[in-house]
Design a protein around this ligand. Structure first.
Ligand SMILES: NC(=O)c1ccc[n+]([C@@H]2O[C@H](COP(=O)([O-])OP(=O)(O)OC[C@H]3O[C@@H](n4cnc5c(N)ncnc54)[C@H](O)[C@@H]3O)[C@@H](O)[C@H]2O)c1
Length: 433
């Protein structure tokens, strides 16, 4: 008997989605190309960190409704939740990498049947749902299948808005968009998500749904860029940015976000580029916001090098003085508070660049200690660069410079006495707030 749903990609989005459908009585096959992921899930365990996801996956697997496999099998509906990163061309231009979506779409050809619904959940450039249909149509043609993708299958884009750290709650309670290549496809997708979504599900066309998701993240990016730009203006003018924003936000129609060391993650730092790529002449503000946010880590790096230079007596860099290494405790590597997700994280970029920094004489003047309570091992590039993963207390005791990069709740416990005599660079206003 075919499964009710086959979910392709069992990461941060696909795994909770597959599991919640399974706990609502749907028979779900989860598919991932990484055998270790398939194995872990079939044992009722998880390979990513997200509050309560372990309980949900265990319940889904134990109920017999969720199983994982390496290839798709027949199902009534297919949900594609694979990565959509970008490629950087030689000239710096960022273009969407749809290779994972294409591979997933093509992999459906041996198992689809007339009447099936194919949903693209991956955040995608405008027109990708049409391309999913075309890739699948191409694969069906090559296989000599009598199926015609346009006539026999339904396609929709249903983007995901859940926030890491609150995924299970938001999966159920966020409003959703179901954008069909045809109105019946949108309606079928709407009905499917209504299995577990208690909020409103708005039916529209696929292109609007695609651009809606990109727009949401570009809006966030532009607003964060405003705060980040303000932080630079404040530094130049000798104004405390945290106080400034708190005061400006007392205006009844002003709501400025908080600055930080940059913008990371798989979404906000990526998705606006899909708009810029599609409409480069028009998306000028969106591009500039990306550039402002991407420049912020370099500013933080310069701040640390200047502080290190002051400690060793060098002039504006960490090269001078008695040859003593300056120890920097970098608090947090994740792209945001209270998650283990390091993708596109500005904190990782900052620590990596600082660890690579060499002084004029060729020596490395900085010793980098990274404190990240949500991971067990450093990313390979940081480990190779000599960064040490340290416990919070140990790092604070050894540090000359304490660099707060992520406002993890675990760092709330830091007592002022532990910071006495150290140079503090608080990129989040954590201790200020
Ligand atoms: N993580 C988030 O918070 C978030 C939020 C909203 C939207 N999204 C979007 O959702 C999509 C998925 O993101 P994610 O965070 O879950 O990614 P992820 O990297 O955590 O998971 C993707 C999974 O897909 C698997 N995969 C790759 N190719 C495959 C294929 N052909 N068949 C089956 N599996 C395959 C990978 O092995 C991986 O396990 C992306 O487009 C992302 O932009 C993510």
């Amino acid at each position: 008997m075919p499964f009710d749903i086959c979910v392709l990609g069992l990461g941060y989005i696909g795994l909770p989605t597959a599991s919640i459908f399974a706990t609502k009585g749907k028979r779900v096959l989860g598919v991932d190309v990484v055998p270790a992921v398939v194995d872990t899930i079939n044992h009722g365990k998880i390979h990513i960190e997200e509050p309560d996801l372990d309980v949900l996956v265990r319940a889904a697997v134990q109920s017999g409704n969720l199983r994982a496999a390496g290839t798709p099998q027949p199902a009534g509906a297919f949900i594609i939740a694979v990565p959509t990163p970008f490629n950087t061309a030689g000239d710096g231009r960022k273009t969407p990498d749809l290779s994972y979506v294409e591979a997933a779409a093509r992999s459906l050809a041996p198992v689809v049947a007339a009447g099936n619904l194919v949903i693209l959940e991956s955040t995608s450039p405008v027109g990708t749902t049409e391309r999913v249909r075309d890739w699948l149509a191409d694969e069906l043609r090559r296989a000599g299948s009598p199926l015609d993708a346009t006539r026999d299958l339904l396609f929709a884009h249903c983007p995901e808005r859940i926030l890491p750290g609150q995924m299970l709650r938001e999966l159920v309670s966020n409003d959703r968009i179901a954008g069909g290549l045809t109105p019946p496809a949108a309606e079928r997708a709407r009905q499917l998500y209504a299995t577990f979504c208690t909020a409103e599900i708005f039916a529209t066309d696929a292109r609007t749904a695609e651009l809606a998701k990109l727009t949401e993240n570009a809006f966030r990016d532009v607003n964060i860029a405003f705060a980040n730009e303000l932080s630079l203006v404040c530094e130049r003018t000798g104004v405390d940015v945290w106080e400034l924003i708190a005061l400006a936000n007392r205006h009844p129609r002003v709501k400025i976000l908080q600055p930080g060391p940059g913008v990371g993650g798989h979404c906000i730092a990526v998705d606006p580029w899909f708009i810029v790529d599609a409409a480069p002449e028009q998306a000028r503000l969106i591009r500039t916001a990306r550039e402002v946010n991407d420049a912020k880590p370099h500013h933080v790096i310069a701040q640390v090098l200047e502080a290190a230079g002051k400690i060793t007596g060098g002039a504006g860099n960490a090269t001078g003085g008695a040859g003593k290494k300056v120890t920097v405790a970098a608090l947090g590597l994740a792209f945001k508070a209270n998650v283990d997700d390091l993708r596109e994280s500005p904190a990782v970029e900052i620590v990596n660049e600082l660890a690579k920094h060499t002084a004029a004489g060729g020596e490395k003047p900085l010793q980098l200690l990274a404190v990240e309570p949500h991971i067990r091992a450093l990313p390979a590039k940081l480990a190779a660069g000599g960064v040490e993963l340290a416990a919070l207390e140990n790092a604070l005791a050894r540090a000359d410079i304490v660099l707060l990069l992520v406002d993890h709740a675990a760092f709330r416990a830091v007592q002022p006495a532990a910071l006495a005599g150290k140079t503090l660079i608080d990129t989040r206003g954590f201790w200020h707030r």
